[in-house]
Design a protein around this ligand. Sequence first.
Ligand code: TEU
Ligand code: CA
Length: 524
Amino acid sequence: MDNKYNDYLKLNVYQIYPKSFKDSNGDGIGDLGGIISKVDYLYDLGINAIWICPIYPSPMDDNGYDISDYYDIAKEYGTLDDLKLLIKKLHEKGMKLIMDFVANHTSTSHKWFIESRKGKDNYYSDFYVWKDTKNEHKSIFGGSAWEFDDLRKQYYLHSFCISQADLNFDNPNVRGEMRKIIDYWVAFGVDGFRCDVIDMISKDLDNDIYGNGPNLHKYINELFKGTNLFTVGECSSKNIIDIKNKIDSSREELVTLFQFDHIDVSRKSKFIKGEPKLYEYRNVLSNWVKAFQENDLIYTLFTDNHDQSFMLSRFFDFNNRYLGATLLASMTYLLRGIPFIYQGIEYGSMNSEYSDINDFNDIESINYYNEQIKHKDIKEVIDVINFGGRDNPRRPMAFDGSKFGGFSDKASWIAPSKNLSTINLEKDLKSDKSIFRFYQKILWLRNLNEALTIGSFIDHSYDNNSFIYERKYKDTSFIVICNFDEENRIPYKYINGEIVLSNYNKERYKEEFLPYEVRIIRIS
Ligand code: TEU
Ligand code: CA
């Protein structure tokens, strides 16, 4: 792996859902001014890059993933000048800005779609996927993936909600327009992109293929060739060769990508609770870290994002919140890969239980509710949404336990987390068992020790009761020991060194481990 790529392993990325991070102008909606006010907070946490979910003009049907103008900032988030100020503040502190790039679809209120639906003979006519008839293909958000347009008298494809029309990437003018957007933001000072469902931009409808089509590598290469950008694709794969073809540094396609199978082991399906096992979570992570390492590729490390209910709530209850949060962090964020820390997990955010569908906002959950209540009991459907719904990570940040959580000085666009008074940053920092301080130590250990970034990964685990792994570079090694749910004896050979971090106390040098005990040991 060449040095530039190696340096990407030194990133500590924080994911911001802009609508819910921090409101600076008192309208109950997060904004760029709020993010600017928290750059120092993020730097202190140990963050050196932020990924902000879409902040472009949008009807907000999918909270910004339905873009109506790729060249501006949504008025509710601020202005292009605000973004310039944020980039300046980040770059002054050696931090990077990663924006969200939504290539597969635009809002139906985008001017391209407005022109496209006018007829079959204008420049934009073939910017989208239009058909005379529809097939049985379903939208990921429920219902048919085809919507009939009264003006054009044809159906258009929408893989997601009705107002998110899929672009036709087989049209070279679409590819040209999307590359112009990338070049514009590079010139603006943006350091990289998280690429939304990037594997869906190549389709083969004649063969009922709606993603990972025959031209995917060609199209991704056209978008990013020569840009020298950091890019992370939302395009998971079960096959390491397919992964290598997307993110090997020689390909000039993507730098890295998100894998999701460690997320899936923690549940039966999107909305259905499973019987999560920590050793299953460990095995998936360990296997991919080894596979990416053997192939000289960069893996991404994340427990949470804006589409998933909190991982902490899937494995632990409130009583084990500190031990659970510190265990999951140690099992994940010291591995070989780039950490992506989702807003709020640094103080142990957990799911909320709401009973009224009006306390939910997410189009995916609302579509699911409207469909399911046709044949299921309302409470049963709401319970399922509380477990798996995307509103869990989208409730506003809780910087303190005040009425609006220090997120805003008025009611926010979405009902706040129900556990705001007990789970908030201010309360966490006052505790001697602070989740924030634990995350901060992990991230600063990475910042200060190459063994934990470009160093190798060796899995020493020998049973299903713990995760023991080593990170090694030159003459420095760290041993990370994560004991699972039972009291356990871990042989001394693994624990003989200086304890640099523990979620119990750092004097425990004995072989006995308590439930969920973590010790991070430096050997050099
Ligand atoms: O998500 C892509 C995706 O696969 C979603 O179906 C996701 O897995 C699902 O929401 C989980 O329940 C991306 C964005 O991350 C998501 O927020 C957008 O809604 C979606 O694309 C459409 O842009
Ligand atoms: Ca605001």
